[in-house]
Design a protein. Structure first.
Ligand code: PLP
Length: 428
């Protein structure tokens, strides 16, 4: 249904439209759909790209690596040198600035926050958990699981707006300068979840340079989508560790990444990168937690992914599969909603999400109606601290998992729900 700006329609026109949309919605509900666009998961076709990972190690493979480490045995608590070199290329840091973790970067983020609460950081005089209050800045919309870590561990979240090139730095600078309880900020700096934004050089520099009241303030830099481009002209993110060193705050940043959406989520490898001082401090603590990580998994990733160039080629194959899905979503949104002035959305150059804003106060109802029609979306509000979107307008679309046909149906249903809820709102 091609419509013009609904804000210019009079009540009787809107009422007429509402009846038509409602009838269509009843018809769609009768189709008993069951579609899921709720989480950013790779599709089976994407997972097939990494099946070689399962064959690359066998009983004839060399299992002694640099420094004569036997990858089958205990040891190398911070990872194999080969794995560190590989991630060093991806993140543009040196091998001494890396600890290779287990299968999930979320785990090492959770552990980094937990250790800071229990034991403090290398710059802390008091463990954060012994202080009367700990707060984190949460640029939003953001990643719901970051917010869940804060909620679980009793850290108060302070919402900061996301602008077109990263968090609202005027607000961030003002808050961290004056409040000692603010110990951290969550950042997804490249192809952010959910908005697909890459931080500008200026934002990176301001984060590195800003004056903080807490001298053990940390940036939790979740570079989850660092090689996940959708175009041949990838966004370029300034190196935060170098920026922090240049600003005389070398210990300020913890960088996280993983191969979850490069190979197999759940069976990949993750990494923490930071200053050597931070890395050495944390390495000692981790040595109490484990005698060594899964080095055979590291080894097969090193053999399979080889180097940055091979990773880039591999990620191009991912893009070939998922770019048509992003294009499809954008095309349907434009066709169905483009002229109606009831929603806006971003067109990301990479990552896993499209972020959509409805009219204020409509997102919860849209997600509910879509769910009742068999289309599951991320819960409204999930992209904000405490699950509360103050404008109730943000909806995260995850296009990678469904097939193209499923996706088209799901987005058409979503557009119908947005039209229905918006028309109802404009009628009031
Ligand atoms: N960070 C961000 C921003 C994500 O979107 C996701 C998954 O969706 C993760 C981390 C999870 O990473 P991992 O699988 O390494 O735990």
């Amino acid at each position: 249904m091609a419509l013009t700006d609904l804000n210019t329609w009079n009540k009787s026109e809107l009422s007429e439209l509402y009846k038509k949309l409602d009838a269509k919605y009843t018809e769609v509900k009768g189709r008993n759909l069951s579609l899921d666009m709720s989480r950013g998961k790779p599709s089976a076709e994407q997972l097939d790209l990494s099946m070689g990972l399962l064959d690359i190690l066998n009983s004839d493979s060399p299992i002694h690596v640099e420094e004569s480490i036997d990858a089958r045995n205990y040891g190398s608590v911070d990872g194999l040198i080969e794995t560190k070199k590989l991630f060093g290329q991806i993140l543009d840091v040196n091998q001494h600035e890396i600890i290779v973790g287990g299968n999930s970067s979320l785990t090492i983020m959770h552990d980094a926050v937990s250790r800071s609460l229990l034991l403090g950081t290398v710059d802390s005089t008091t463990p954060w958990g012994k202080l009367p209050k700990v707060k984190f800045l949460c640029p939003s919309p953001g990643y719901d699981r970051h917010f869940a870590i804060c909620e679980l561990l009793g850290i108060e979240m302070v919402t900061v707006d996301m602008l077109e090139d990263g968090p609202d730095m005027d607000t961030v600078e003002e808050l961290v300068k004056n409040d000692e309880a603010i110990k951290g900020i969550w950042c997804v700096p490249k192809y952010s979840n959910p908005e697909g934004i890459t931080y500008s050089d200026e934002v990176v520099d301001r984060l590195a340079k800003m004056e903080t009241k807490a001298n053990d303030f940390r940036i939790f830099w979740d570079d989850a989508y660092t090689v996940h481009h959708l175009t041949d002209e990838p966004d370029v993110l300034k190196n935060i560790l170098t920026a922090c060193k240049d600003a005389n705050h070398p210990n300020r940043v913890f960088i996280f990444a993983s191969t979850s959406k490069v190979t197999f989520p759940g069976s990949g490898i993750s990494v923490l990168a930071s200053s050597e001082e931070n890395i050495n401090f944390i390495k000692k603590q981790i040595a109490t937690q484990t005698i060594g990580p899964d080095k055979l998994n590291q080894l097969r990733h090193v053999h399979f992914l080889k180097d940055l160039e091979t990773i880039k080629q591999h990620m191009k194959k991912h893009a070939e599969i998922i770019k048509p899905k992003f294009d499809m979503v954008l095309e349907v949104l434009e066709k169905q909603l483009g002229k109606q002035n009831i929603a806006s959305w971003n067109e990301p150059n990479g990552g896993y999400f499209i972020s959509l804003n409805t009219l204020d106060g409509c997102a919860t109802e849209v997600v509910k109606l879509a769910s009742e029609a068999g289309v599951k979306l991320t819960p409204a509000g999930a992209t904000f601290p405490y699950g509360k979107d103050p404008s109730d307008r943000n909806i995260r679309i995850a296009p990678t998992f469904p097939t193209l046909n499923e996706l088209q149906t799901a987005i058409e249903v979503l557009c119908l729900c947005i039209q229905l809820v918006s028309t109802n709102k404009l009628l009031q």
